[in-house]
Design a protein around this ligand. Structure first.
Ligand code: TMP
Length: 207
């Protein structure tokens, strides 16, 4: 057991991760809770190089198994170099995505077996799981509108609508199966309302 909490932020494309992570950062700073903010794939120099490979649109031939294995290779590096030491030092770790994204994207989106992903999860993480996961949820068409407004897309964002529908379904299924860990925040309403929902979740986690 660590003193710090391990919180992961998940959501399908355009769910508003950046803005809402900003709100979480402000919340933790106000409460004087020591934390690090990191992301997946990435978070360390080696894992960021793997991220570049994974998001590069030029890598059209990357097969689904290689994609999954690269996600877990990056995760292994991230855990050992950054996440575990921070938790051991008593800090909270806020990660913009973690293993639920592998279930949602590689499992739901690409159709890889959940059993394969569970095996890698056990290998790379042992018993380490997030203390809480905030799922920022938005209907797929609305999320994709936001992605299009941002302009430039990466290798994942170029996929078809059906891919993102399967991802959202997988996230909601994960939330249903892990109700004690997941907190779903609906990001469709006005930003103030979304922040109120987030504040309630953060109050609960820091109490
Ligand atoms: P993001 O920083 O915009 O969230 O980009 C990361 C992309 O990588 C996003 O499209 C989701 C994807 N991803 C996976 O497919 N599997 C994973 O395990 C993780 C962590 C991310």
């Amino acid at each position: 057991m660590f003193k710090g909490k391990f919180i992961t932020i998940e959501g399908s494309e355009g769910a508003g991760k950046s803005t809402n992570i900003g709100f979480i950062q402000d919340y933790l700073n106000q409460k004087n809770i020591p934390f690090i903010l990191t992301r997946e794939p990435g978070g360390t120099p080696v894992a960021e190089k793997i991220r570049d490979l994974l998001l590069d649109k030029a890598n059209t031939s990357l097969c689904d198994d290689a994609e999954l294995l690269l996600m877990f290779a990056a995760r292994s590096q991230h855990l050992n170099e950054l996440i575990i030491p921070a938790l051991e030092a008593g800090k909270w770790v806020i990660s913009d995505r973690f293993t639920d994204a592998s279930y949602a994207y590689q499992g739901g989106g690409r159709g890889l077996s959940w059993q394969k992903i569970a095996q890698l999860e056990q290998w790379v993480q042992g018993n380490l799981r997030p203390d809480a996961t905030i799922l920022l949820d938005i209907p797929v068409d609305k999320g994709m509108e936001r992605v299009r407004e941002r302009g430039e897309t990466d290798r994942f964002e170029q996929e078809q609508l059906s891919f993102f529908n399967r991802i959202r379904e997988a996230y909601l299924k994960l939330a249903e199966e892990n109700p004690e860990r997941f907190h779903i925040v609906d990001t469709l309403p006005a930003i103030e309302k979304v922040h109120k929902q987030l504040e309630r979740v953060m109050d609960h986690l820091s109490s």
